[in-house]
Write a protein that binds this ligand. Structure first.
Ligand code: FAD
Length: 309
């Protein structure tokens, strides 16, 4: 079976999700990757180790315009005769996959978090991660969007051939004037460890409590929505239903109540640690470990303890 995978190769290095989608596709069939932009061949060649046999690169555009990417992926799917197309269920995947689904008359499965069964049924996360579902589409062509951090990348392949290709991406009506990357070395959606703060931190002047702990742990930082709405922290750190959805190995939440809209973005975390003065805070119900205590006392002690390791 021919499987096509779209990856965004515009960053300095390939995102972890690129290796995840290739690993996932390899479990389904013969993998071709399609991408655009200026990524050098040595960067793309790494995907061979994870199971890609061919990589198609359209160098005619390097943006992330969803219409252009959609047209390019449709052209690639036609070229390789792919009947399954895989995206990462990230911001680009969410924008492109539904458009492609309409263009190709292909059934779309979003929120996939497991390998398809032999009968084509795909495990998905539903109700903001509160339950599992199993979805099957009956169209010949299928599109699957895989949730980031749902599977571990596996090195199962060897080498991929890299081929320049014309994806007929067409024009874009969007003009990019400036690209500003978020501060910090660890992109939040890919972070294995995350330290997050809420309104309980009282104000931006206290954020060293969060950033100090994040630094000693090598973690990314995040926040609740009111924190970013009040400009205490940048918007790209806001996690939840209306923010970034994350699934780190460890999520430490300090001074966050655990409203359902916040949990929707973090409840796929493997281990959740909650620090809150209120023993009745709803977040404790979702926590693996809880500290009923003042974040202003607990966080500095935690930071000092981690420093000793
Ligand atoms: P609060 O609810 O004010 O909670 C602060 C917590 O800090 C309390 O539990 C308190 O006990 C504790 N605390 C106080 N002092 C201390 C201390 N010294 N030490 C330790 N703990 C302390 N929210 C999101 O986060 N993400 C979303 O994506 C999101 N989307 C939304 C979408 C919609 C449509 C709506 C209506 C709301 C959304 N919200 C979202 C808002 C959400 O409902 C909550 O209002 C928000 O998550 C609360 O943020 P918080 O926990 O930081 O603040």
């Amino acid at each position: 079976m021919s499987v096509l995978v779209y990856i965004n190769s515009n960053g300095e290095k390939l995102a972890k999700s690129a290796f995840e989608v290739v690993t996932y596709a390899k479990k389904i069939g013969e993998v071709t990757v399609v991408t655009n932009g200026k990524a050098d061949d040595s960067k793309l060649a790494q995907l061979g180790k994870y199971g890609a046999s061919k990589i198609l690169v359209d160098r005619s555009f390097d943006g992330i315009d969803e219409q252009q990417i959609m047209r390019m992926v449709a052209t690639a799917a036609e070229k390789v005769g792919a009947n399954t197309i895989i995206f990462s269920d990230d911001l680009i995947g969410k924008a492109v996959a539904p458009r492609l689904s309409v263009k190709m008359n292909a059934g779309l499965i979003t929120g996939a978090n497991g390998i398809p069964k032999d009968d084509g049924t795909v495990p998905v996360s539903v109700f903001s991660g509160k339950a599992f579902g199993f979805v099957k589409v009956n169209t010949d062509k299928k599109i699957i969007a895989l949730l980031p951090n749902s599977i571990q990348p596996e090195e199962t392949g060897s080498e991929a051939t890299i081929e320049e290709f014309a994806g007929n991406a067409g024009d874009t009506r969007v003009k990019v004037k400036e690209t500003k990357l978020p501060d910090g070395d660890i992109p939040l959606p890919e972070a294995e460890l995350v330290v997050s703060g809420g309104r309980g931190l009282k104000g931006p002047e206290n954020w060293a409590l969060i950033t100090d702990l994040a630094e000693v742990l090598g973690a990314a930082t995040a926040c609740s929505r009111p924190v970013s709405d009040s400009d205490w922290r940048p918007h790209h750190e806001h996690v939840g239903q209306t923010g970034v959805a994350i699934a780190p190995n460890l999520y430490i939440a300090a001074g966050i109540s655990g409203a359902i809209q916040h949990l929707a973005g973090v409840n796929r975390s493997k281990v959740i640690v909650v620090i809150n003065t209120d023993a009745e805070a709803p977040f404790f119900k979702a926590a693996d470990y809880g500290v009923v205590g003042d974040a202003f006392e607990v966080l500095p002690r935690l930071t000092e303890a981690v420093k000793k390791f």
